[in-house]
Design a protein around this ligand. Structure first.
Ligand code: ADP
Ligand code: ZN
Length: 738
């Protein structure tokens, strides 16, 4: 906008453009006004640094509200500087606003998800290269000699590479630059990701895949919002089918976002992408180095990066021209963020697709109930892949009734399953035992007095990790050496482990099958993600006979030799009064069973259960997915549970239980009256104590289609502010009821 000349605007009415509203990543309701210094011009979306109190904060120039009061710019603090990066686009600003509104969060807190200091700077993108000039330095040392020899070919190298190649420290490089023996050259920034080639290796698709791919590609070309459920069992070729839509987007020079629940572990996905497109996609998750993330951020904003595979936070990247969003394993619980801004990345991905006018694909073998209902109502287009690509069948699930055919006392693997494992090993196949419990034993108690060892700051038992010789709290991470006597009655050697964890199961396998090569897989594995990748590779290469794993093994890995799956405790997830318990158990066990028999071999799967008559077990055993959904949908509708009703949870916590409870009661008392809305509670949360904070929950229920966010905004506007260390968390569409 042109600056108005001072003559046109008397000082009483300063030109509006000398004032800018800046949204800051802090928990306040609105943007702050700043003066735009002479020589700077800003527009909404620009990323700027402004003073706030004694700090300098990164912020985003926000559209000025119509009729915002005019202030004398002289009274405002000036914007400190403007970053040289593309401004956040209007659709991104709208997205931030939408999420804030929906999740009942100050917009600044949502902005914080989109702008992170180190990643946004756009600095450090250019690199300095060096090249030999041919001049001899005045002083020669052995290190200098090595460096000059290394660069004798006359090629340019990045500074760090030159030093590494010659085995000298970077200061030697600097010394030779000063002496004139080397000269510096500005290198173009390293690309955040190489451009993928849509025609690198085009597969031949099965008819059902081709049909789905054609429909998705057409949706990409149509450049309009449309939601799809890509529905097919594990191994049916969903990935291969949506890759065709990705190829179409690349050909049309548009950008693609692929969200994955557990990106740090999905090396297999990256390899497949590389096989199909020649290069790996841009990657965005917490294990990627900050510098790389910073380059990706800039590359996404400039449009140079065309495909990003990322965890839920990738949803907030500033795409220049987003043409397709894919949410893989859309039912996965990892998409829900449970602290700070409580948002569901799958749902918000649909919102983002709608705001940018692009198609979205939700892919799953076991869709969430919400998505299944949307597909049944035809709000989402269902694309169905009916069979596995390899032609193998999804394994039959067979129940083992623990009431009749269970293992001997103190053991966890039923004789029938042991037999099957022996047979599988003889035939050269792999077995997987699934138990969703980390550590050795979930509970330690005293044989003498019955005392159970609890976490000092949470209401949860401490879990024994025998390998690390400690008791650990899975809520807060508290750890303590296993005591030699009971902390309560001081009886020595009286503590006994109760129940199994994967470590204990592993011990049992080793005793039963002493010659088998075994491996435990859980997120506890010493050595982190790297080690985990190595172990997964070893399993894939057939170097392991029996894998004992937590839900980590259920996700997206391809074990070609896996012939047998045994679910040790199929009932773990049921009960608890969690409305999604049945759905989650069904999804998890279906997925675990689906690991077997993906490639050459037909797989088998066994469920150890005390409730073989439970509808979830029955549906799994009958292999009847639709029966499960039909029944579960009916149950939810009948009981007014999501997606047939809407929930919002308020969690009040504080170190003082009475204060927290009193505040929760005060909130309940001031809830606005509305005929359709019911406020339940407060009640002590099932996890009553976490990290020393006492927790109380209120649950608000409204009919489907009711604007519950608006209701909660109204409620909070009239509610007492939490004092001291009290905290109120707002969780719209809660997934967890703990
Ligand atoms: P899903 O995503 O449904 O689990 P995938 O796309 O991973 O299924 O496919 C399962 C396996 O079959 C993979 O190894 C994949 O490479 C292979 N596959 C699927 N479709 C094709 C195809 N059209 N041509 C070649 N291989 C395919
Ligand atoms: Zn704890």
């Amino acid at each position: 906008m042109p600056q108005t000349s001072p003559a046109d605007s008397p000082s009483l009415f300063p030109p509006r453009e000398t004032i800018a509203d800046v949204l800051l990543p802090v928990a306040v309701g609105s943007a702050y006004s700043y003066r735009v210094p002479e020589g700077m011009s800003v527009e909404p979306g620009d990323i700027v640094v402004v003073p706030l109190g004694t700090r300098r904060l990164l912020g985003c120039v926000w559209p000025r509200a119509e009729g915002a009061p005019t202030v004398d710019p002289a009274k405002l603090k000036p914007i400190h500087r403007k970053y040289d990066v593309p401004p956040l686009r209007a659709d991104m600003l709208a997205f931030i606003r939408w999420i804030a509104e929906y999740t009942v969060t100050p917009p600044g807190m949502v902005l914080r998800l989109a702008l992170r200091h180190d990643e946004t700077r756009g600095e450090g993108r250019e690199r300095t290269g060096v090249r030999a000039t041919g001049r001899r330095p005045e002083r020669m040392t052995a290190a200098r000699e090595r460096l000059i020899t290394a660069l004798a070919d006359g090629f340019v190298r990045a500074k760090a590479d030159a030093a590494r190649e010659a085995g000298v420290s970077p200061s030697v490089v600097d010394g030779l630059i000063d002496d004139g023996a080397l000269e510096t050259v500005v290198l173009p920034p390293e690309p955040a990701a190489e451009p993928p080639d849509p025609d690198h290796a085009v597969p031949e698709l099965l008819p059902a895949q081709a049909e789905a791919a054609a429909e998705l590609s057409a949706a990409v070309s149509a450049r309009a919002f449309k939601a799809h459920l890509l529905d097919g069992v594990t191994g049916s070729g969903k990935t291969e089918a949506y890759f065709e839509a990705v190829a179409t987007a690349i050909r049309e020079k548009r950008q693609v976002l692929i969200l994955m629940p557990e990106i740090a572990l999905t090396q297999a996905f990256l390899d497949r992408f590389t096989r199909r497109f020649g290069v790996a996609p841009g990657q965005w998750h917490s294990a990627v180095a900050t510098k790389k993330r910073s380059r990706l951020f800039a590359g996404v904003a400039s449009g140079e990066v065309s495909v990003v595979a990322g965890a839920r936070s990738a949803l907030f990247l500033p795409f220049r021209d987003l043409g397709l969003i894919i949410v893989d394993e859309e039912h996965d619980g990892a998409y829900k963020q449970e602290d700070g801004v409580h948002y569901h990345a799958r749902d918000m991905a649909v919102v983002r697709a709608r705001l940018v006018g692009a198609p979205i694909v939700l892919a799953s073998a076991t869709p969430s109930l919400e998505t299944e209902v949307n597909a049944r109502r035809r709000r989402y287009t269902r694309l169905h892949l009916p069979e596995r690509f390899a032609g193998t069948r999804v394994p039959r699930l067979e129940p083992i009734d623990l009431r009749r055919d269970g293992p001997p006392k103190g053991k966890w693997i039923a004789p029938r399953l042991v037999q099957e494992m022996e047979r599988t090993i003889e035939a050269g196949g792999q077995s997987l035992l699934f138990l969703n419990r980390r550590g050795y034993a979930p509970l330690t108690l005293c044989r003498a007095c019955g005392h159970r060892i609890k976490c000092p700051s949470c209401s949860s038992w401490l879990v024994e990790h025998r390998f690390r010789r400690r008791l650990e709290c899975h809520q807060c991470g508290y750890a303590t050496p296993v005591p030699s006597e009971c902390p309560s009655c001081h009886e020595p050697n009286a503590l006994i482990p109760c129940g199994p964890g994967v470590e204990r199961l592993h011990e049992e396998v080793a005793a039963l099958l002493p010659h088998a090569r075994t491996q435990v897989l859980s997120s506890d594995l010493a050595g982190g993600v790297e080690r985990l990748r190595a172990e997964l590779k070893a399993i894939e290469d057939g170097e392991v006979d029996v894998v004992v794993g937590t839900q980590l093994v259920a996700k997206g890995h391809n074990f070609p030799g896996l012939a047998l799956v045994g679910v040790i405790d199929a009932d773990v997830g049921l009960g608890h009064g969690d409305p999604r318990a049945a759905e989650r158990t069904f999804q998890l066990l279906h997925q675990v069973a689906g690991r077997a028999g993906r490639a050459q071999v037909e797989g088998r799967a066994f469920l150890q259960t005390y409730m073989p008559e439970h509808p979830v077990m029955q549906a799994l055993v009958a292999g009847d997915r639709d029966a499960f959904y039909d029944r579960e949908i009916a149950v939810r509708e009948e009981a007014h549970l999501p997606p047939f009703a809407r929930f919002c949870a308020l969690i009040v916590s504080g170190t003082d239980a009475h204060a927290a409870q009193a505040h929760a009661r005060a909130l309940a008392a001031c809830s606005p009256r509305a005929e359709e809305v019911r406020v339940l509670g407060p009640a002590e949360a099932p996890l009553a104590l976490v990290r020393g904070r006492h927790r109380f929950r209120l649950l608000t229920r409204a009919p489907r289609g009711y604007d519950l966010s608006a209701y909660v905004w109204r409620w909070m506007a009239g509610a007492p502010r939490p004092t001291g260390n009290l905290k109120v968390e707002i969780d719209i569409d809660p997934q967890s009821f703990l």
